[in-house]
Design a protein around this ligand. Structure first.
Ligand code: FA5
Length: 353
């Protein structure tokens, strides 16, 4: 009976493999798991068995059924994601057509203020030998938490309210979510290259949070990572100072204080004196005079290990810049919600190119 169940399972897997439509997968499900399906046939045959036989065969049949349901769910999820990817691929917009639109009497678009500042930051880091990386918005639990030294029961998970995709799997590489930070790209970056290396990674992140003048649910961060021989806090501070000097073109008051993030040790919070109120206190800085901008620290040995890097040989720093907040400070924007609200009067102020 065990062999029969094993071959039924392989038959089920082979039947699903070529399918690309959810409807076909569901009809394959009916053939195997439906009332008149192959598994029900086996269940019926158990009826005629002795109580001892039932005791051993029953659990085997149930285990096979569970495996089939889990394979089925994975397949349905896979098809759904493939469909989304295909749609995204088809709906790409050719923004180089802007000039044609203008010559036909249409209005000319321009860069979002965030894009302007992001490009400047990329130029600064490219000139210092950094690469610019990208990563997916839909991530898995492994890259967003586990590999960053944040296991399931760690209280630090509560620091970032997460949008989870419904998925019955307990496998951390299959449980999907909208990334809560760009630190996921630290892991992807490490696994794809050998040290020494340095890269930055700008990107949108998602948190299920209440919004206010300095908090959005969909906002942008810019991750940075450098791994090499003897990389130290001195390197970290040098690069952070250079970044702020290049972006603000003037001395801005900053403060460095200890900060806790499970993926760095030691960890720091670099705050900037609020440039909206000049430190007097406003809704952006929540009356404190300071804006949290640039958490950073030395990469935790467990995180280097998760990236296949030997912490006895290599060290590194990482930072996670709050890009939208930096843009607010740079232009004196007093509410982060302007960024995504679609009011053209806001965007048009930045059409300077
Ligand atoms: C993180 O997301 C860490 N991944 C940063 C990090 C990277 C630390 C590498 C150490 C090493 P945090 O949750 O504090 O940390 O977010 C980073 C920055 O994003 C904050 O300082 C802030 O500037 C910005 N930020 C956080 N939440 C929001 C929000 N809801 N809206 C807008 N900006 C936000």
């Amino acid at each position: 009976m065990k062999d029969q169940l094993d071959s039924l399972l392989s038959e089920f897997e082979s039947a699903l493999t070529p399918l690309t439509e959810q409807a076909d997968v569901l009809s394959a499900k009916a053939n195997f798991l439906g009332k008149k399906g192959k598994v029900s046939e086996i269940m019926k045959s158990i009826g005629g068995m002795s109580p001892e036989e039932k005791k051993t065969i029953g659990p085997l049949v149930n285990a096979t059924k569970d495996k089939m349901l889990s394979i089925l769910q994975d397949k349905l999820n896979f098809i759904e994601i493939e469909k989304i990817n295909q749609k995204l691929e088809k709906e790409k917009i050719d923004i180089t057509l802007l000039d044609d639109i203008k010559s036909e009497g249409g209005t000319h678009g321009g860069y979002h203020p965030r894009t302007i500042v992001q490009k400047e930051i990329e130029d600064v880091f490219l000139s210092m030998g950094f690469e610019v990386l990208d990563g997916p918005h839909v991530e898995d639990e492994f890259h967003n938490f586990e590999a960053l030294n944040i296991p399931a029961d760690h209280p630090a998970r509560d620091m970032q309210d997460t949008f989870w995709f419904h998925h019955p799997s307990s496998d951390v590489e299959k449980k999907q979510l909208l990334r809560t930070h760009t630190s996921t790209i630290q892991i992807r970056g490490m696994l794809e290259r050998k040290p020494p290396f340095r890269f930055i990674a700008p990107g949108t992140v998602f948190r299920c949070e209440r919004t206010d003048a300095s908090h959005e649910m969909v906002f942008n961060q810019l991750e940075g990572m450098m791994v090499g021989k003897d990389v130290s806090v001195a390197h970290l501070i040098y690069f952070m100072k250079t970044l702020l000097k290049e972006i603000f073109k003037k001395d801005v008051k900053v403060r460095l204080r200890p900060g806790f993030f499970p993926f760095v040790e030691p960890g720091f919070e670099l705050d900037i004196n609020c440039l909206i109120c000049n430190g007097k206190g406003c809704s952006v800085c929540k009356k404190t005079g300071w804006v949290e901008l640039l958490p950073c620290g030395m990469v935790h040995p467990n995180v280097l290990r998760a990236g296949n890097i030997d912490p006895d040989e290599w060290s590194g720093f990482a930072f996670g810049l709050g890009l939208d907040r930096l843009v607010m400070m740079r232009y004196g924007i007093d509410d982060i919600r302007y960024f995504n609200n679609g009011d053209l009067r806001f965007y048009e102020q930045f059409h300077s190119f």
